[in-house]
Design a protein around this ligand. Structure first.
Ligand code: HMH
Length: 222
């Protein structure tokens, strides 16, 4: 297999599931203005819980980057920037929850959310390779970036009071950041063993499945 731009190779190969994660009915309902606000509030509360597990996961990816023997200073800067953005994100969730009357201290993680958090925890194991973990990290960020950017395109009916949410992940700066992560992954995978590449592909597919399940859960589906 040609190792140049593995991500685009995989996105072509797994296009249907990628589209399933980035063009989910929940996202399409935000985009066309028919979103059920109780679904949105469910998503908001559950995602706040997810983000706290996600911060821990990103910290573990940063540690893996630091332990790489070859030059990883640039990767670490991008990851640290991601952690700084997550700090803002946690504060934003608290503000947004109070705006919508969602009591964050009362939120109980749903089974789907717990499973996703457990998956992140499995990737935090020190036996999981940096190349595999950073691939999963890129995918997690990219799904939200693509999904919410889709709600901000011309001619969409995204409700005014949800536009700020969409901006959080759909803005150009976040797009740039996802692009930097993608370049890191592609560059790393060029030098990775076939076995690691296979594991990274499996991790990508797991992320996409968990993301679809997470949207389904928000709609009251599971
Ligand atoms: C479920 N996936 C989920 N929540 C998030 N906040 C992100 C990804 C971040 O990109």
């Amino acid at each position: 297999v040609e190792k140049i731009n593995m991500i685009d190779t995989w996105l072509t190969k797994h296009r249907l599931i990628y589209v399933g994660a980035t063009r989910h009915p929940f996202i399409l309902s935000i985009r066309d203005g028919t979103v059920d606000l109780s679904s949105f509030k469910t998503w908001l509360g559950q995602d706040y819980i997810f983000v706290r597990a996600f911060v821990s996961f990103v910290a573990s990816v940063l540690i893996k980057a630091w332990k790489e023997s070859d030059d990883s200073a640039g990767d670490m800067e991008v990851l640290l920037g991601g952690m700084a953005a997550l700090n803002d994100e946690v504060q934003w969730f608290k503000k947004e929850a109070s705006k919508w009357g969602v009591q964050l201290s009362d939120i109980v993680p749903q089974k789907t959310n717990q499973e996703y958090c457990r998956f992140l925890e499995s990737l935090m194991n020190s036996e999981v390779k940096y190349n595999v973990a950073i691939t999963a990290f890129w995918a997690i960020e990219a799904v939200y970036q693509e999904s919410f950017a889709h709600c901000l395109e011309e001619g969409t009916n995204t409700p005014l009071d949800l536009q700020e949410t969409c901006q959080r992940w759909g803005n150009d700066g976040f797009g740039q950041y996802c692009h930097s992560l993608k370049q890191i992954v592609n560059r790393r995978l060029e030098k990775a063993s076939d076995d690691e590449i296979k594991q990274a592909e499996v991790a990508l597919l797991s992320v996409l499945e968990h993301e679809v399940d997470f949207w389904n859960m928000s709609c009251g589906g599971a």
